[in-house]
Design a protein around this ligand. Structure first.
Ligand SMILES: Nc1ncnc2c1ncn2[C@@H]1O[C@H](COP(=O)(O)OP(=O)(O)OP(=O)(O)O)[C@@H](O)[C@H]1O
Ligand SMILES: [Mg+2]
Length: 254
């Protein structure tokens, strides 16, 4: 299996934020994680991407145990993510946000930075090239010079995608990629997520928007109070009694 999660748990004091969760991700597919507020979805992402260390359990990526690697080491293996709240530099341009985001993840050391070595300059050029490339992919190349403070929520979401894509990932974890955008924009962002998979990237996303998830996902996992209560294709999840009771409040089409 491409990415395998085995009996993953995270406790914060007495709270079982993620409790003994097994999950597997197939290459090239769109996987979704749903569940009520506080169910442990973001924590699950934080465990995979190295923001938090698991209390127990394992994350195996392409046969390698990455459970205890640092976040930057995990990123270097091709695992990228976006955060639920996108922290962008509001007073910088879209382009500069992506360049800086990329620079923060690349190599130059203090020596390079002080003496502005040839390598540093080459890396800066490379970051600019990559920024143009990913902004083109997410449909923002014509807006590259706009200040982030002046763009829409949907465009900010696209910038967050661009930041994740700039690291040239194999798999991306998107934490509520369409939160706070209207239905039309949600559809456009869904299209962009599909375009990522067509480009060979595996996607795993957290979302509350059921209709979108039902249309987009190949596979869905449902978390409730840190535990996996269901897993399956959208049709299965849609008619799962436990899911309807726990999460959908009696209406699977909400
Ligand atoms: N760093 C932390 N320290 C202590 N408790 C935390 C921490 N992070 C998350 N929690 C708790 O773990 C539980 C799961 O939180 P998490 O953010 O993973 O939920 P979620 O499913 O992403 O919810 P939402 O849909 O609201 O984003 C919550 O009770 C939360 O308060
Ligand atoms: Mg969350």
């Amino acid at each position: 299996m491409y990415l395998e999660i085995k009996q993953l748990s995270k406790q914060f004091g007495g709270l079982h934020a993620v409790n003994n969760v097994d999950f597997s991700i197939e290459k090239g597919k769109i996987n979704a994680i749903i569940g009520p507020n506080g169910a442990g979805k973001s924590t699950f992402f934080n465990l995979i991407s190295g923001v938090h260390k698991p209390t127990s359990g394992k994350v195996i990526f392409k046969g390698k145990d990455i459970s205890n690697l640092a976040a930057n080491e995990i990123a270097e293996l091709g695992v990228a993510r976006t955060f639920q709240t996108t922290n962008l530099f509001e007073r910088s341009t879209i382009f500069d946000n992506v360049v800086v985001g990329h620079r923060l993840r690349t190599r130059s050391n203090l020596f390079d930075a002080i003496f502005r070595t040839k390598r540093l300059k080459q890396e800066e050029e490379k970051s600019k090239e990559i920024a143009l490339e990913v902004l083109d992919f997410v449909g923002l190349s014509n807006y590259a010079d706009r200040l982030v403070a002046n763009i829409s929520q949907e465009e900010k979401k696209r910038v967050a995608f661009a930041l994740a894509l700039a690291t040239d990932p194999e798999i991306v974890f998107l934490d509520e990629p369409t939160a706070g955008v209207n239905p039309d924009e949600t559809e456009k962002l869904s299209y962009l997520i599909e375009k990522m998979t067509q480009g060979g990237i595996t996607v795993c996303l957290i979302e509350h928007k059921m209709k979108m998830i039902m249309n987009l996902a190949d596979k869905i996992m449902v978390l409730n109070y840190g535990e996996k209560i269901a897993e399956g294709i959208p049709e299965e999840i849609n008619k799962n009694e436990q899911v309807i009771k726990a999460y959908l409040g009696g209406s699977a089409s909400a």
